[in-house]
Design a protein around this ligand. Structure first.
Ligand SMILES: O=C(CO)COP(=O)(O)O
Length: 265
């Protein structure tokens, strides 16, 4: 299981330090390792380097993930951060196509494909977000929208495979109506969408699915009943390290009891 905390445009340097102090004081790590649970933190880009260094200093088994990356590799693109920059400082993955980037910053499916291409060629793990709006769902167009988002990604992954590129993808189902709304999708809905994601496309490498949208330590176990999920991408709730630890501990307990497989990624 991969648990990713997307801090979005929150957290100061001091708050990040406090967050890591809480994680590092926790005795949970051996249990997480045993359960095959991995944690990743996605800070604002200005703190990526600081976070990578602090995690190394504290010897925490945590991945650092960026919230976006440029469609360009390097050159005269003021304000952009390229894949080589992220790799240079020890970032291991990047969130792509988040609905907030699509909505507020005009990120297109084509951008998502170009970014995915650069990441996969360079060995950076892409976490590609997709999901329908409330209007899409109400009008019965949810699966059409999801198909529009995922088909180009699958096509690009197949082209990359022809070039001999390793094409392991994380696909994060984040229905827009569930993000920050307190309304979490039901395990059945999540399962239906992930089944469509697996079977509705030809993938060169079987993708792993995450779910995001109003997850808390109170509902995470319920949603993980969808056995096609390999993890979660969480915003507000995991701005609090205690909530992240509590959620991780609950998932670890269920895995230990045997009612949830490790779903290794
Ligand atoms: O957008 C999200 C994670 O990327 C989900 O946000 P919330 O967990 O705040 O609903």
């Amino acid at each position: 299981m991969l648990l990713v905390a997307n801090w979005k445009m929150n957290m100061t340097r001091a708050q990040i330090n406090d967050y890591l102090d809480v994680l590092s004081a926790s005795p949970i790590w051996p249990a997480l390792e045993e359960a095959g649970i991995e944690i990743a933190l996605a800070p604002s880009s200005v703190y990526l380097d600081h976070l990578v260094r602090s995690i190394r200093e504290k010897e925490l088994p945590i991945r650092v993930v960026a919230q976006d990356v440029s469609t360009r590799t390097s050159g005269a693109f003021t304000g952009e951060i390229g894949v080589p920059n992220l790799l240079d400082i020890g970032v291991s993955g990047v969130i792509l196509g988040h609905s907030e980037r699509r909505r507020f910053f005009g990120e297109t499916d084509e951008d998502v494909c170009d970014k995915t291409d650069l990441c996969l060629r360079a060995g950076l793990m892409p976490i590609i977000c997709f999901g329908e709006s409330s209007a899409d769902r109400k009008s019965g167009r949810a699966f059409d929208v999801i198909k529009t988002q995922l088909q180009p990604v699958a096509d690009r992954a197949n082209l990359l495979r022809e070039d001999g590129v390793y094409t392991a993808l994380f696909l994060a189902y984040e229905p827009i109506w569930a993000i920050g709304s307190g309304i979490v999708a039901g395990a059945t809905d999540v399962c239906e969408v992930t089944a469509f994601g697996f079977d509705g496309f030809t993938w060169p490498e079987r993708p792993k699915f995450l779910y995001g949208g109003s997850i808390t330590s109170d509902n995470i176990v319920e949603i993980s009943a969808c056995d096609k999920l390999s993890g979660f991408l969480v915003g507000s709730s995991w701005l609090d390290p205690k909530s992240l630890l509590h959620s991780a501990q609950k998932i670890a307990s269920v895995i230990k009891e045997g009612s949830l497989s490790k779903r290794a990624h």
